[in-house]
Write a protein that binds this ligand. Structure first.
Ligand code: GLV
Ligand code: GLV
Length: 324
């Protein structure tokens, strides 16, 4: 029977479906990924791999798995996989787009609002017993309604974030490799070059994939263009932002605040400089973390894997050129 390696426990109903189609070798630790050595040791017999964004799947892993035919990532982003290497080897790479769009957009908004209105800071203050009185200047933040939202990357998630801005009466700018006239008409958003977007926005939310063009897209220069009252939100990938430059901007109050779900190094090291900044809201990469969405992601990842192993075209194939 076809053998697959699954690098973490995912929804049981999806695993049951996979067990009906393949012999499943499951990494059973829910919160600890297989180490590099363990990953290399478990893949040699695998024809399919169901992996997470915590598993770097590169040449070395693929070389260790000569029978590998399908890599199914339980994530929409696939920067953890060397897709070019997979394509050269004829290995299909799949992801889970669509099912997590709205959920991730919700979380981007949670971060945006929490950072603008200093929600976690206020809670820390109250819990620490520091609240003495209602005060005119206590924990002043910035308005969200009526302000300008800048969306960098108007893909599915960027568009879902834009849609929500309507309820807040915001003006929405977007930057994207190519303008999207249809989205402009539907969502009332306006294209801007990156510098204009950074200068004019009160909130800048990042929704690009991580690749060589977007690595450190937001660095010292870009942060310097943002308003001192602006908030940066990142639910995409940590390395889209130059973290050192961000820490300097937060410490120097060159921007008002940031809301982050993703980091250049995950998990965030206990001594990370971001942890010393009060004006940043930090979440542990939970953009798609709802009961319903994680279940949908599990089923989609399993369906992709099973289809690929059967020699069919998986519903969400990242490298269709592998079939030609
Ligand atoms: C999560 O970050 C994903 O890419 O699905
Ligand atoms: C990712 O799902 C995107 O297209 O925004």
């Amino acid at each position: 029977m076809t053998r697959v390696f699954v690098t973490r426990p995912i929804a049981e109903s999806a695993l049951a479906k996979l067990r009906g189609a393949a012999e499943v070798d499951l990494w059973a630790e829910p919160e600890v990924p297989p180490s590099r050595a363990e990953l290399l040791a478990r893949v040699p017999q695998a024809e399919g791999l169901l992996c997470l964004l915590t598993d770097p799947i590169d040449e070395e892993v693929m070389s260790a798995a000569p029978g590998l035919r399908v890599i199914s990532n339980y994530a929409v982003g696939y920067d953890n996989i060397d897709v070019a290497a997979a394509t050269r080897r004829g290995v299909m790479v799949c992801n889970t787009p669509g099912v997590l769009t709205e959920t991730t957009a919700d979380l981007a908004w949670a971060l945006l609002m929490a950072a603008a209105r200093r929600v976690p800071e206020g809670e820390r203050y109250l819990r620490a017993g520091k609240w003495r009185s209602w005060s005119p200047e206590l924990l002043l933040g910035h308005d969200i309604h009526g302000r300008v939202l800048g969306i960098v990357g108007l893909g599915r998630i960027g568009q879902a974030v834009a849609k929500r801005a309507r309820g807040f009466g915001m003006r929405v700018l977007y930057h994207n490799p190519e303008p999207k006239p249809e989205a402009e008409r539907e969502l009332g958003v306006k294209y801007a070059d990156l510098d204009t977007l950074l200068r004019e926005s009160d909130f800048v939310s990042l929704h690009t994939p991580l690749n060589e063009k977007t690595r450190h897209l937001i660095g010292e220069r870009e942060l310097g263009m943002m308003k001192p009252t602006a908030v940066l939100v990142n639910t995409a990938r940590g390395a889209v932002v130059d973290t050192k430059a961000l820490v300097a901007a937060l410490k120097g109050r060159r921007i008002f605040a940031a809301g982050l779900d993703v980091y250049e190094t995950e998990p965030l090291p206990a001594d990370d400089e971001l942890l010393a900044c009060d004006n940043v809201v930090l979440l542990p990469h939970v953009g798609s973390a709802t009961v319903a969405t994680r279940e949908r992601m599990a089923h989609m990842a399993v369906e992709n894997l099973i289809a690929g192993l059967k020699g069919e075209r998986p519903p969400h194939l990242v490298n269709p050129e592998v079939l030609s």
